[in-house]
Design a protein around this ligand. Structure first.
Ligand code: BGC
Length: 814
């Protein structure tokens, strides 16, 4: 429609919105920092000079790369954060020298990408295959440490879509230089503080044993543009740490289940067999007695808390726990994350030892102060899925309720008793295995738990009930000729471009649009989609020709890394528009706050930017399960636990969708747990593990917060591409969970050879193929003519898209 105004501003000055979101990004980053170790070292005093080293000291990594990146205005490094806080840095020369090395390494890397890009079809593949590796700094000398009261060492890692992390020095392990530096620094009698600036674990077991002076370890994760300020806030005690891990940090990589078969490690990128079944993350460590370095839910504070269960009671289909929390420290006010885990009775079906069933964060409590939190344990967290009976069942027996501020510290605090087994929900068989395999089992270890029973703790009876019936009514069929509806089933190919980053031309740097084909005749506009999850990924600036009013596009590489690989061409007689989006902390960093209110606030902030830049659908939050620490995209995801992931995704969704005209796209549905060969890998997984672990988060998000859209994943599940899976898109999401929105594919899912089949996307209920191409159109039309794809199926997909366009449109006009 013609009344389009260009997205962004002609004014380059920071706006009031930018300032406001900068403050939120800083607060969120600080809240997500996890204090993993502190031997009385932190907080530091700003009066004592700091010696600061490591690749991330002045090049602090805000987030991962690829579609999860944000082209924001400025990143604040740990160095800058420390200086702004008022502390001096003893090794300015080392910092300057590092900058030189960094710039050289960036230029070399750029050349390699540009060269590799010439030999692949999609330049993005050259980029994804070669994430930038931060160079070593120069050797540290005594001179660098002169006058320092403490040394801070920042270990940074970069990863992103299309490639898994490597089980190598410099990635999962410390690099040779990092180890040497830390051993060298350990010789000086000053406290050494490790800062981890990585999207996931780096193995630290050896270095912590080999050194004496590492007095504190802070996991700042990938904390967004304000990360350096947030780190300084925690280092100097202006913020009291309150983050908790959302994944287990193992002592050794080999401690994970089936460590050698993950992704590229067994040389088989075609099939990934989920042999561990339900034993993912802490469910494995806890059930098999494998001691981690830091457990799920773990994180220290500058103060301490006492937790006490004061009441447990049934409320309709959930149990409500009331817990009193007291700050038992003397100096610092702080907040605590109260976590409730449940252990299920060990009858019939094999189960993990404990699972997260509820959590809440306290208000800020002053020393000596007490507060109460109420935690809802939904009955489904007490249920198991039986594949044989195709049902979620709450078994009869005794359930343990464990309360603590981490999984490891959780204590058995009450029992729930269920008198009669209850089927709370019936299901349909989905995603059958092509070839059966043996899943990991606890065997007798599980049975032994039966015998232990504590006395003297409260017991509460719980009566499960049926979950509400789902009725999913199809949107009213629109009376357009079916042939004219077909373009709705793929993205807007009118512009011609169809690769990541450059497909969306109306809002430069957005990821794509629904079709414009129905605009002229029916006044049905397209929906504009932009990536996340750490904010909005748009181009920071672009030009518009004054005469033709048309936007100068860019190639795929130009839309990445803020134009570093392919700088924007400057045209005469053109206006430059600026789109400064905020780089918030990544999914993992946000999740480490365990703060649903904060995540909703983050969602509201993203929606504000969506409105400012004309974006209708945000391609986030990412909510895949962190099944293995080497997955290249773990930083985008929340956790290894589905309940936590689902609850946090719901909070973000509520926040975004509170804003009229804004919708989220929860992704990648499902089992996108590996990045090497992400388009072709077949995730072989039992229906039980699928439902209890990999779909559960999506189910929670759908039921609790009605996301506008879902993005299906690239991979196959038991031999069927997610975008071609009727079981996933129609049976599970729509019929069983009541999902009413649109399902779109991930980008270019229909690549020839190992991609999904275009018409089968529509047949499965994957409404839109993104970004779409002429082959998709031809394939869909052919299938329709041959009767493989019915008119009803086309109308159903189109009807859902039209309903969403209408909804977001009407809301925008309010
Ligand atoms: C990613 C998606 C992203 C899409 C659009 C794909 O490569 O897997 O997460 O939303 O590109 O940029």
């Amino acid at each position: 429609m013609k009344n389009w105004t260009h997205s962004g501003s002609l004014n380059q000055e920071p706006s009031a919105r930018e300032e406001k979101h900068r403050a939120l990004a800083r607060r969120a980053a600080a809240e997500g920092i996890v204090l993993l170790k502190n031997e009385g070292v932190l907080p530091l005093k700003t009066s004592a000079p700091v010696a600061l080293f490591g690749s991330g000291a002045e090049k602090t990594v805000k987030g991962g790369i690829g579609s999860g990146d944000v082209n924001n205005r400025e990143n604040i490094s740990v160095y800058k954060g420390i200086k702004e806080a008022g502390a001096s840095v003893t090794n300015e020369d080392w910092i300057r020298d590092y900058d030189k090395r960094y710039k050289e390494a960036r230029e070399e890397w750029k050349e390699k990408i540009l060269e590799d890009a010439r030999h692949v079809q999609n330049p993005f593949d050259a980029y994804a295959a070669n994430p930038f590796v931060l160079p070593d700094g120069r050797r540290i000398t005594e001179q660098d440490l002169r006058g320092a009261g403490a040394a801070v060492y920042v270990i940074s890692r970069i990863s992103g879509e299309g490639k898994d992390r490597r089980l190598e020095e410099g990635d999962y392990y410390l690099s040779v230089r990092e180890r040497e530096d830390l051993l060298y620094l350990d010789r000086f009698q000053i406290p050494l503080i490790l800062i981890l600036n990585s999207g996931g674990p780096v193995e630290l077991t050896d270095i912590l044993q080999e050194t004496e002076n590492i007095g504190a370890v802070l996991n700042i994760s990938q904390p967004g543009q304000e990360g350096g300020r947030a780190a300084a806030d925690v280092l100097f005690g202006r913020a009291v740490p309150e983050g908790k891990l959302t994944a287990t940090w193992a002592r050794r990589y080999e401690d994970h289940p089936f460590p050698d078969t993950y992704s590229y490690l067994n040389g088989d990128l075609e099939k990934e067999v989920y042999r561990e079944g339900i034993y993912v993350g802490y469910r494995y460590f806890d059930s098999f007695g494998v001691r981690p370095l830091w457990s799920f839910g773990y994180g220290l504070s500058y103060t301490s808390f006492r937790l006490e269960l004061c009441g447990l009671k049934q409320e309709q289909s959930s149990v409500r726990a009331e817990i009193s929390v007291t700050n038992t420290g003397k100096r610092y006010a702080g907040r605590e994350v109260v976590q409730v885990y449940v252990s299920l009775p060990h009858s019939g079906i094999e189960k993990e030892r404990r699972r997260l069933a509820g959590f809440a964060k306290t208000e800020r409590l002053a020393p000596g102060e007490s507060g109460k939190v109420k935690i809802e344990i939904p009955q489904k967290q007490l249920a198991v899925f039986s594949q044989e009976r195709q049902a979620w069942i709450t078994e009869a027996g005794t359930y343990g309720v464990w309360i603590g501020n981490s999984l490891d510290s959780a204590v058995l605090s009450a029992y729930l008793t269920v008198a009669r087994e209850t089927v709370i929900e019936e299901t349909h068989r989905i995603c059958p295995l092509e070839e059966p395999f043996e899943e990991l089992s606890r065997g007798e270890a599980g049975d032994r738990e039966k015998e232990k029973k504590e006395t003297g703790i409260p017991v509460c009876e719980f009566v499960p009930c049926r979950e509400p019936e789902i009725k999913n009514v199809q949107p009213a069929e629109e009376q357009y000729p079916v042939e004219e509806l077909i373009p709705l089933l793929y993205g807007n190919i009118t512009a011609g471009a169809s690769t990541l980053g450059s497909a969306g031309i109306r809002v430069p740097g957005s990821a794509g649009e629904t079709t414009e084909a129905l605009e002229e005749k029916y006044r049905i506009r397209s929906l504009i989609m932009a990536d996340g999850p750490a904010g909005l990924r748009l181009r920071q600036s672009y030009q518009v020709d004054r005469e033709t009013d048309s936007v100068y596009g860019t190639g795929v590489l130009g839309s990445l890394e803020n134009g570093f690989l392919e700088p924007m061409e400057i045209h005469e007689n053109a206006d430059t528009y600026y789109q400064y989006c905020t780089a918030f902390p990544t999914g993992t960093a946000l999740a480490q706050t365990w703060d649903t209110e904060l995540l909703a606030e983050f969602g509201r902030a993203v929606a504000e930017e969506m409105r400012e830049f004309h974006v209708d659908l945000w391609l986030a939050p990412g909510m895949n399960i962190q099944r293995n620490p080497l997955c290249g995209r773990n930083f985008e995801y929340f956790s290894e636990d589905p309940f936590l992931s689902g609850t946090l995704a719901s909070a973000v969704t509520r926040g975004v969708q509170e804003h009229t005209g804004c919708g989220v796209t929860i992704k990648h549905f499902a089992c996108n747990n590996q990045e090497d060969n992400r388009m072709g890998v077949d995730s072989c997984v039992s229906e039980r593990a699928l439902r209890e672990i990999y779909l559960r988060g999506f189910e929670i998000a759908v039921k609790e917060s009605a996301p506008a859209a879902i993005m299906s994943s690239y991979n196959l599940i038991n031999g069927v591409h997610a975008a071609n899976s009727r079981d996933l898109c129609t049976v599970a999401a729509r019929e069983e969970w009541g999902f009413k929105g649109v399902i779109m594919s991930d980008w270019n899912t229909t690549v020839p050879e190992d991609g999904s089949i275009p018409w089968k996307c529509a047949a499965a209920g994957n409404d839109i193929i993104m970004p779409g191409n002429r082959r998709d159109d031809a394939d869909i039309r052919r299938a329709y003519e041959r009767g493989e794809l019915s008119e009803k199926q086309i109308r159903e997909c189109a009807g859902r898209i039209l309903a969403l366009v209408k909804k977001l449109n009407e809301e925008t006009q309010k």
